[in-house]
Design a binder for this molecule. Structure first.
Ligand code: AGP
Length: 606
């Protein structure tokens, strides 16, 4: 949610900032801006994309210190004025900010009473004015920023420069990520490593409450009480190539197509053919502890939550431990009962989703044992949890989650196998699951080969204003994720229901104008699902069935047949055609596939 880049060093900052912002655009894209320091601050900012900003940055925009921002509006509409950076009235201080300042209204009123004129509607502008006041009374920019942040209620990741101190940039974090990048006689900072990997792989993640002062030859980090903190740099294993479209028309198609490899990486080194178990050393739990859990509670947001529902089903089936998933955004607000015998699992691709992070912090505060299933190494949630499973799916750039969703489901299969095999899951069933997992990448290749046929179906269905997605038990989270994908990238309204619930209400919606995508795996519920198809067809509803075999022609207008795996693992494969369906529907409707309107990749605000 919004992107920040900062640079200090011997090179011109502007091209580095623009390139970094381009890589962060998936986090926010309604306006963008840069400021460089060179005998005063030079600012350019526009409503629109980073490409629009690049057009208004002149070739002679020189200066080796600068900060940039790409915005996803929270306070104030997208406009040139509301775009970041924001400057103090005397044009001395420039600030870029991610997050939300909750007491901005009150602070703004006080500043206005003191005669400050605001140029924007943003909460961020108060920071620029407050820091400008504080810098007059303090010896250092660092101290001025620290003092200002003490008066702030809310979340922030910020970068600040002072025209009168051209040798430093100050960055700080509270609830919104900031990563420092260490170069050769040059330093970088960003809200995401994506902006840094072209220049350096050595990074340091700031913790909440930390502040860092960056100079060209090094950096210092400080806790909120100004005590200096010691930080070990981390080497990022993603490189700039991971952030290219790799010849695909969209990141989304690239990421869908990568799933055979990403899934293989999630499993790599973790499957044991001898004992038919999964090795998950990152959980930091011995067998006795692992056996002790009596419940599993899974939390995550959006698609992460739906993959958690697949996970809960896997854990109940394979480990026979009661398990359920809940949106982290709800969980954190309902004063949850935290039970010492429950294993809590937080899921997040980015590792920065604020609601999930806050839920983890609430759980930890109450003494809960929390593990994470996270893609971004070293991210806030990964650092907060007691242990976990990294997905190793590589960076996911497109706003809609695809490869992280399936890798999370695979990680849950590994966790369920692990929990099951220290309990009552038999070696034979363990072997069945291990072998099933090994078959997944090849089976995904087979589904991807149907891309063109699915594109034709997508064209056929895309012009309907609304679509229903139904599935039963294992198929229900698949239906929810399918509807989510279609909604977010094609803007076609989609509802997901358990197939069993149709006749309790939503059947009233069914008719020729509202087709149904039905998830119909070849499992013990096949006949019940086929009966549901009959009910839909009897009301004149069109049916696109996704399953393992052609049904009676009367029951479906169209069918996508996919390879069969073990019943517990089938949901992972059933997801893939729905990703392709949503992708091709979005393309057919001319949508901005990778950057759908109103959405951002990492939701780092409440
Ligand atoms: C997925 O397509 C969505 N863009 C969204 O629901 C996402 O999964 C959710 O915001 C959680 O993100 P996270 O995995 O980074 O925490």
């Amino acid at each position: 949610m919004c992107g920040i880049v900062a640079y200090i060093g011997p090179k011109d900052a502007a091209p580095i900032l623009l390139e970094g912002l381009q890589r962060l655009e998936y986090r926010g894209y309604d306006s963008a801006g840069v400021v460089v320091s060179n005998k005063g601050l030079k600012l350019r900012k526009v409503k629109g994309r980073v490409a629009d900003l690049a057009k208004v940055v002149p070739a002679r925009f020189k200066g080796g210190l600068g900060i940039g921002h790409t915005r996803w509006a929270t306070h104030g509409v997208p406009s040139d004025e509301n775009a970041h950076p924001h400057l103090s009235a005397d044009q001395r201080i420039a600030v870029v900010h991610n997050g939300i300042i909750e007491n901005a209204g009150e602070l703004r009123a006080k500043l206005e009473a003191d005669g400050v004129e605001f140029l924007s509607e943003t909460d961020t502008e108060v920071l620029a004015h407050l820091i400008a006041h504080a810098v007059d009374e303090n010896d250092s920019l660092e101290e001025a920023v620290r003092k200002t942040l003490k008066s702030i209620v809310g979340t922030y990741g910020i970068a600040v420069i002072d025209a009168e101190r051209p040798g430093e940039v100050v960055v700080a974090r509270n609830g919104s990520p900031i990563v420092v990048g260490i170069g050769e006689k040059e330093m970088f900072a960003a809200s995401d490593v994506a902006a840094l990997v072209r220049y350096t792989r050595q990074v340091v993640h700031l913790e909440d409450g930390e502040l860092a002062v960056l100079k060209a030859d090094g950096f210092h980090t400080f806790a909120s009480d100004a005590r200096e903190t010691a930080k070990e740099p981390l080497t990022v294993d993603w490189d700039a190539g991971h952030y290219d479209t790799g010849g695909y028309e969209h990141y989304l198609l690239k990421e869908i197509s990568e799933q055979p490899e990403t899934m293989t990486r999630t499993m790599s080194g973790r499957l044991d053919e001898r004992f038919h178990v999964a090795h998950l050393g990152g959980l930091n739990m011995d067998a006795r502890e692992t056996r002790g859990f009596r419940r599993v509670k899974i939390i995550g947001c959006g698609s992460a939550y739906y993959s958690g529902q697949i996970g809960a089903q896997l854990i109940e089936e394979l480990a026979r431990i009661p398990a359920d998933a809940e949106p982290a955004s709800e969980f954190r607000y309902r004063n949850p009962v935290v039970d010492p015998d429950t294993l809590y699992v937080a899921i997040s691709q980015s590792g920065e989703t604020y609601d999930t992070l806050a839920a983890v912090q609430e759980l930890k505060r109450k003494g809960g044992r929390v593990i994470g299933i996270v893609n971004a190494v070293g991210s806030a949630i990964a650092r907060e949890v007691d242990g976990g499973i990294y997905l190793h799916a590589g960076p996911e750039v497109s706003v809609a989650s695809t490869k992280a969703f399936t890798s999370t489901s695979v990680a849950f299969a590994l966790l369920a196998l692990h929990l099951g095999r220290v309990r009552d899951l038999s070696p034979a069933d363990g072997r069945r699951i291990v072998e099933g997992l090994r078959r997944l990448p090849g089976q995904i290749e087979q589904i991807l080969e149907q891309g063109e046929a699915i594109a034709e179906l997508a064209k056929k269905y895309a012009d309907h204003p609304s679509m229903m997605f139904v599935g039963r038990v294992r198929g229900y989270p698949v239906a929810r994720e399918g509807a989510q994908k279609l909604k977010e990238i094609s803007y076609v309204h989609a509802e997901a229901y358990p197939a069993s619930e149709l006749k309790h209400g939503p059947l009233a919606l069914i008719g020729p104008e509202m087709p149904t995508v039905a998830i119909v795996p070849d499992d013990e519920l096949l006949d019940k699902n086929l009966t549901t198809l009959g009910e839909i067809r009897a009301r004149g509803g069109r049916v696109l069935m996704v399953g393992h075999r052609e049904p009676d022609a009367k029951l479906a207008d169209d069918v996508i047949v996919i390879p069969k795996n073990e019943i517990e693992l089938d949901p992972i494969l059933l997801t893939i055609p729905l990703q392709l369906l949503a992708y091709h529907a979005a393309v057919a409707l001319g949508r901005d596939v990778d950057k759908p309107r109103n959405l951002a990749k990492s939701v780092t605000v409440e």
